[in-house]
Write a protein that binds this ligand. Structure first.
Ligand SMILES: [Zn+2]
Length: 250
């Protein structure tokens, strides 16, 4: 069955019920989260709005998120996944996931990335921010922005493009928005590789790559040329193990 045929939309009441069950934030923190998400949504649309037909308001976008703990997150997806959604990759961290199949919302948590920041940078941040707690908070907050922008890009993507393109586009887009906004970046090497591969596509095919990702018409020939760029050797280099995951694992 085609992906789209299984899609359904959660209405606001259903999403609120889901949030009541799965979200792990105090009302105050939820308000803060929504503000940040609204900021990220506006920043994202300032870069990609021209490629997107029906944009959500910042409030509508923020409401799509259900913030979980790592435990709730893992239980939640285990219980909600159907047999068609296989998560085989052992390296899947999946902080946030956008799911159209399961009702058009984003569920997840912010990973603790402090230990992945290199030592020199950690020391610099501690010196700049005054102490380690503030430096860690800063890194978490910045990572949250990256995750939010990444997932918001998924919300608007054409659900029928291959997963590798969705992911490369979302990592590239998150980096781009973070840079435009001057929001700093604490990302992983593997994410950088995916973003760089997408940049390679944009350098070669121009804005048609963005159009393809957001479901705009680029013509079949151009589409096939772009998709053919993901050769075996690129796959091995930037997404080893790719092919064991489905489009819902993102
Ligand atoms: Zn993703």
């Amino acid at each position: 069955m085609a992906n789209n045929e299984r899609a359904f939309q959660l209405n606001v009441e259903q999403r609120d019920a889901l949030r009541l069950e799965a979200q792990s934030l105090s009302p105050e923190d939820w308000e803060k989260f929504k503000q940040l998400a609204a900021e990220c949504s506006a920043a994202m649309l300032s870069v990609y709005g021209e490629y997107i037909e029906d944009t959500l308001t910042s409030e509508e976008m923020a409401e799509k998120f259900v913030v979980m703990t790592p435990e709730t997150y893992s239980n939640f997806w285990k219980n909600w996944d159907d047999s068609k959604i296989q998560i085989i990759s052992s390296s899947n961290e999946g902080y946030f996931r956008y799911s159209k199949n399961l009702g058009d919302f984003v569920g997840g948590y912010v990973p603790d990335v402090w230990s992945h920041v290199d030592k020199g940078c950690r020391e610099r941040l501690i010196a700049e921010r005054g102490d380690e707690v503030s430096a860690r908070d800063y890194v978490q907050n910045t990572t949250l922005r990256y995750c939010l922008v990444h997932e918001m890009i998924h919300v608007y993507q054409d659900q029928d493009i291959p997963l590798w393109l969705m992911e490369c586009a979302a990592h590239y887009g998150a980096r781009k928005v973070m840079k435009v906004q001057d929001w700093d970046l604490f990302d992983y090497d593997k994410h950088r590789k995916m973003a760089n591969f997408y940049l390679h596509l944009v350098n070669k095919y121009g804005n048609d790559v963005h159009r393809l990702c957001f479901g705009q018409e680029v013509g079949e020939t151009k589409k096939q040329q772009i998709l053919a760029e993901f050769t075996d050797s690129f796959r091995e280099k930037i997404m080893p193990g790719y092919g064991t995951r489905t489009r819902n694992d993102k």
